[in-house]
Design a protein around this ligand. Structure first.
Ligand code: 28F
Length: 665
């Protein structure tokens, strides 16, 4: 047992390993921002999920306590507590103080791992101000504690008897390392729920004791079948959920899919519970098999006679599909290492999907016909859209003519990277923006009325909507599968809408459109929400005098702005009594100079950058808000509505608050 006072060289080696983590945390958890912080929890939870995958754990609990202390507890076998033969220290101390210890890299099992693929619990220990564990195994309880990033504070000791088995870890992220140590219950809940869907039979629980205690639990014996049904809850399904599990090439493949009468394609995929957001070979296998089998069936049943095949996009219009597989030695590629590279995954998924989809179509001829008819309509609409495409690919520079030129007030610069397109609600605000802007780099597109709800409209109808079409033409980079970010005429798209419900609805409609038809704009962080001030404070401020006895000059008039009630009250203190406070009802109440100073000027404005952090949750929120089920929308609004201090209902229709913090741009 190591005696904490006399460090041997092996302890020093342990510390060096964790010291490296503390020096460059980003190398191990991606960032020291909110995402990196949450990786700490995912890393520990994934070890419990590994136990579940080994069939030894059925329950995982995560608890958040005051001071951002996290506890994760499982009912697995308990980490072995013997002394490790080589390292000559107890296995738990090895796992928690040695990088990549704990068998993470043994290749004989489906090791789960978080976004950065299994950096190991020791990284969490290294980045925690304290880290303690309790293991129930073999009828005994073992516990130990580390402090300051892995220094052994209490070597493992035995403490009493127990009748259960399992591992509990309790840690507190080191606030000197992380920009924020504020955990988001919603973020954690989404991952735990996702793990529950991916591991039928596993129960996950989240207890948040930081304010009034809330508890949530997820358990889905139906697995992916329930996951698909959950994602489609707010839209109208047009077939039953198709669900199958099989093995091929030594790979475990589980698939579920269901169509709704919507138009978007949602395919989520996972490998060993890792969300492969960038797709990869398994998704390719799913798509090629799905397209091939549907076309074969459609021809054989004389449902499709045209020369060219139904395209994959046509056949997957309205589909929600999830592919979850388990395999050894997955290889990850892509920018965020979430694209699966193994080619045997494509073969395996193709074989399983082809076999079971063909069987589904044979056994469900009515559903098959419905889906193929939907696909043929989709193809017709896409052909119409392709014909209309020349409408949407206007010119190659911000200054180019557009057939609806009248609406867009272009800027002078020819360099898209510096150009900004303001989409402004209402003509009067549009007018002030045209006058007040920086003509060199700022273009203005006023919106008359509300843009179309593109969540519920097919492509050819979208192209007939003037508002949407003027946006497409102004950006000039096409839409949907044709969209090309490199062709965009602007480096920033800034939405300016009133801070009221109509404005929030317009923001939501525009974000839905960008999310559905110009997704790379969002993913590349080019979409922003302008933040006009809520209050204008006008009055007299006392002019301070340096020397006593000299009468102060007469107070000077001053105008100030505020973006919140609190800020307004703070600013008001600088003014003398009798100051006028105006609450702006809309952008139109500001003249050109005020709009420039408060909202357009890059030096003084505040913008919210919209970043879609998790496709699944953004997808679901947009579906609930923009889908066609009023019931689910009502339920969502009831759960998410916040009553403002004036008592009136302020519907949080606006997605941006949840998507990203405020940045100065
Ligand atoms: C709250 C976090 O970390 N749970 C874990 C186990 C169980 C075993 C294990 C873990 C085998 C020898 C490398 C037990 N019995 N929860 C957790 N539960 N690690 S981590 O083994 C570690 C590997 O060292 C375990 C039999 N086999 C494995």
């Amino acid at each position: 047992m190591t005696n904490s006072s006399s460090y041997s060289e092996k302890d020093i080696k342990i510390l060096e390993g964790l010291e490296a983590v503390r020096k460059r945390p980003g190398m191990y958890i991606g960032s020291t921002g909110a995402r990196g912080l949450h990786h700490l929890i995912y890393e520990i939870v994934d070890n419990s999920v590994d136990e579940a995958l080994a069939g030894a754990c059925t329950r995982i609990e995560v608890m958040l306590e005051h001071g951002q202390v996290v506890t994760v507890k499982d009912n697995g076998r308990g980490i072995p507590t013997g002394v490790h033969p080589q390292a000559n220290i107890p296995v738990p101390e090895l796992i928690f103080t040695r990088l990549h210890a704990g068998g993470k890299f043994d290749n004989d099992s489906y090791k789960v791992s978080g976004g950065l693929h299994g950096v190991g619990s020791s990284v969490v220990n290294a980045l925690s101000s304290f880290f303690e564990y309790e293991i129930h195994r073999g009828g005994r309880i073992f516990c130990g504690r580390f402090e300051n990033g892995g220094c052994v504070a209490v070597p493992m000791t035995e403490r009493g008897n127990t009748r259960r088995t399992g591992t509990t870890v309790r840690f507190c992220p080191d606030s000197t390392i992380f920009e924020t140590t504020e955990f988001s219950s919603r973020t954690i809940a989404e991952r735990l729920q996702e793990l529950a869907f991916l591991n039928p039979g596993l129960t996950l629980r989240l207890i948040d004791k930081r304010s009034e205690t809330t508890e949530n639990e997820w358990h889905y014996p139906g697995g992916l079948q329930q996951y698909v049904a959950y994602l489609n809850e707010s839209n109208s399904p047009i077939n039953d959920v198709v669900h199958f599990v099989d093995e091929a090439e030594g790979i475990h493949v589980e698939v579920a899919f269901q169509y709704t009468d919507g138009y978007s394609e949602t395919v989520l995929s996972f490998v060993n519970c890792i969300n492969t957001r960038e797709g990869g070979q398994h998704e390719t296998g799913f798509r090629t098999a799905h397209t091939r089998v549907f076309n074969e069936y459609a021809r054989r049943m004389n449902l499709w006679k045209k020369k060219e095949n139904l395209g994959g996009d046509d056949l997957r219009e309205g589909i929600t599909a999830i592919v979850s597989m388990r395999m050894r030695n997955p290889e990850f590629e892509g920018q965020t290492k979430t694209k699966l590279g193994n080619s045997d995954a494509r073969t395996a998924v193709d074989a399983v999907v082809a076999k079971h989809t063909a069987r589904y179509l044979e056994e469900n001829p009515d559903a098959a016909r419905t889906l193929i008819e939907k696909a043929s309509r989709a193809k017709a609409a896409r052909d119409a859209a392709r014909k209309a495409r020349d409408l949407t690919r206007s010119g190659t520079t911000p200054g180019a003519k557009t057939s609806l030129g009248g609406k867009l007030t272009r800027c002078a610069s020819r360099n898209p990277a510096e150009c900004e397109l303001f989409i402004v609600e209402g003509d009067s605000a549009g007018g002030s923006a045209k006058q007040g802007r920086d003509r060199r780099i700022q273009a203005i597109l006023p919106l008359r009325g509300k843009p179309l709800n593109t969540e519920r409209a097919q492509l050819d109808k979208i192209l007939k909507n003037r508002e949407i079409l003027s946006i497409i033409q102004s950006i000039g980079a096409g839409i949907g599968p044709d969209f090309s970010l490199a062709d965009a005429n602007y480096g920033r798209i800034i939405i300016l809408a009133d801070a009221d419900d109509d404005g929030a609805h317009i923001r939501c409609l525009l974000l839905t459109f960008f999310y559905r038809y110009m997704r790379p704009l969002l993913d590349s962080g080019r979409v922003f929400i302008g933040q006009p001030p809520l209050f204008k404070i006008e009055g007299a401020v006392p002019t301070g005098t340096k020397k006593p006895g000299i009468a102060g000059k007469k107070p000077t008039a001053k105008v100030a702005y505020a973006w919140s009630k609190e800020e307004m009250q703070k600013v008001l203190k600088e003014f003398r009594s009798g100051t006028a406070v105006q609450r702006y009802k809309g952008l139109g109440e500001m003249n050109a100079d005020q709009l420039w100073e408060t909202t357009l000027n890059p030096e003084t404005r505040t913008l919210v950058q919209v970043s879609v952090d998790d496709a699944a949750s953004a997808e679901r929120q947009l579906r609930v808000l923009m889908g066609d089920s009023a019931e689910t929308r009502r339920r969502w609004l009831t759960e998410n509505v916040k009553f403002g201090d004036t008592g009136e209902e302020t519907k949080e229709m606006d997605q941006t608050e949840k998507m990203s913090p405020i940045h100065k741009y």
